[in-house]
Write a protein that binds this ligand. Structure first.
Ligand SMILES: Cc1cc2nc3c(=O)[nH]c(=O)nc-3n(C[C@H](O)[C@H](O)[C@H](O)COP(=O)(O)OP(=O)(O)OC[C@H]3O[C@@H](n4cnc5c(N)ncnc54)[C@H](O)[C@@H]3O)c2cc1C
Length: 436
């Protein structure tokens, strides 16, 4: 069977589902295809192991899509403070008081109610599937994967594994880091594999949900705490959920992943800084390799990429999906203009403008993540001293600190002023493995 649409979006992850919602609001007929079935949310289920720090900028976008109310109605945890410090032991550590090497970003100082929210990916994705499905012109096709794509000067035809054929003017690949759409379109990538992997754990901690998220840097990798909602149905009423991330060498994390729960909790409690509340339970653990990947082109003929299909970055500052939402918003607005002008939706001019707007912003964020990785993942004493002084100085220079905060909150794209100069001057990490 063949069906015709304006646009086919492959991948109903957070980015694809957001884009399909926005395109539906602009009156496009859209097929939104995913190989998985619809995400399910139950308020008594344990949190999804995949959580994201959703920036204030992304929250605004999700509000415009009409999805934020639904997300908030399920579960979100706002945070008003974000702290970063260097926790490594070094011969020069004794030169600095412990609190000097710490920077704290605060909503109060920025004059906003919160810096962002920690949200389970399942919650964001469900809200966006529902908002996409509520658009009359969006057809959701689940449990079906893309098998092939043919294109000519007039249209593209997407054949699904079920045999269904979808014809359209434009195919959007929002199918994640291992994008099949990207491969079918013949778009290559540059890929840098970091030496560290990330172990994520869903845990319960003593006490009510906190309002602070923090990251302590060690030479072997950062250790991060992301607060989640209050735990219900447990014996003690004063427990809450949290997500922990431990970045380290793959063999270290492989051992941690297989430890019995009690040993795992005790090792984490010892290895994490004293700021970690008492751990009471671990519900799930998973580890991920970390790579930086960037598509050589964001489009080819009638195929365009968005989100992780176009770029993946080191998750240490939790910016991946926030960049993907910015891609979706940019593409949506260019397609809206083309529709109003009565243009083909896949002209080279339109798709080049998309890449010209998004590639520099995505590259800037990648460079910033590399700088953090490079500065903090080594044991060289002078670098240790510089980064400690840097964090201490940042704490004492509110203008610089607030500018970085606005960039991380998605309220500033980092394209002007001292932040851009700093990002341009950053060195490339010398110890990453490059796969082209
Ligand atoms: C440890 C870790 C922590 C992270 N923390 C954060 C954070 O705090 N904040 C943040 O912003 N980002 C974070 N990220 C990154 C974030 O998770 C990703 O950037 C985000 O999930 C990308 O969304 P996406 O929709 O582009 O791709 P995905 O989430 O990968 O979605 C792709 C979708 O496409 C579907 N699909 C794939 N192939 C096909 C096919 N052939 N046919 C049909 N459908 C297909 C999949 O089923 C899926 O639904 C983190 C990543 C990691 C690894």
């Amino acid at each position: 069977m063949t069906e015709q649409f304006d646009i086919v979006v492959v991948g109903a992850g957070m980015v694809g589902a957001a884009l399909a919602t926005g395109l539906g609001q602009s009156g496009f007929s859209v097929a939104l295809v995913d190989r998985e079935t619809a995400p399910v949310f139950d308020p008594i289920q344990d949190p999804d192991i995949r959580v994201s720090a959703i920036s204030a900028g992304s929250e605004r976008y999700l509000r415009r899509l009409g999805a934020w109310g639904h997300i908030d109605g399920m579960r979100t945890t706002p945070y008003t403070r974000l702290a970063v410090w260097d926790d490594s032991i070094n011969p020069l550590s004794s030169l600095l008081p412990r609190r000097l090497n710490r920077t704290t970003f605060s909503a109060t100082e920025l004059g906003v109610s919160h810096l962002g929210h920690i949200v389970e990916n399942r919650v964001t994705q469900k809200a966006l599937w529902d908002s996409a499905a509520s658009q009359a012109s969006v057809s959701l096709m689940q449990d079906d994967a893309v098998a092939s794509i043919q294109q000519d000067s007039r249209q593209a035809a997407v054949t699904l594994a079920s045999g269904q054929v979808l014809t359209c003017q434009l195919v959007v690949g929002a199918d994640g880091a291992n994008s099949v759409v990207r491969s079918l379109a013949g778009i290559g990538t540059s890929r840098d594999q970091y030496g560290q992997h990330a172990l994520v754990a869903s845990v319960r901690v003593a006490g009510a949900p906190g309002d602070i998220t923090w990251q302590a840097f060690h030479p072997s990798g950062p250790r991060a705490f992301l607060p989640l909602h209050a735990a219900s149905g447990v014996k003690s009423q004063s427990e809450s959920w949290a997500s922990l991330v431990w970045y380290d060498a793959p063999d270290v994390l492989a051992r941690l992943k297989t430890l019995p729960d009690r040993d795992f909790l005790s090792e984490v409690q010892t290895a994490f800084p004293e700021e970690l509340p008492a751990l009471t339970h671990v519900a799930a653990r998973a580890s991920f390799p970390i790579a930086r990947q960037h598509a050589h082109h964001y489009s080819h003929n009638r195929v365009v990429l968005a989100g992780d299909a176009a770029h993946t970055i080191n998750p240490l500052a939790g910016q991946g999906v926030n960049l993907g939402f910015q891609d979706a918003e940019c593409l949506q607005s260019l397609l809206h203009e083309a529709k109003r002008a009565g243009d083909d939706l896949a002209t080279g001019r339109l798709l080049d403008r998309y890449e010209q707007r998004r590639r520099p912003a995505n590259t800037r964020m990648m460079l910033a993540m590399d700088a953090f990785y490079y500065l903090f993942s080594n044991r060289i004493p002078p670098v240790h001293l510089i980064r400690n002084l840097g964090l201490g100085l940042a704490q004492r220079v509110p203008f610089a600190r607030n500018q970085v905060a606005r960039y991380a909150m998605g309220l500033d794209d980092g394209s002007s002023g001292p932040l851009q100069a700093w990002l341009k001057a950053l060195p490339k990490p010398p110890f990453m493995t490059r796969h082209l």
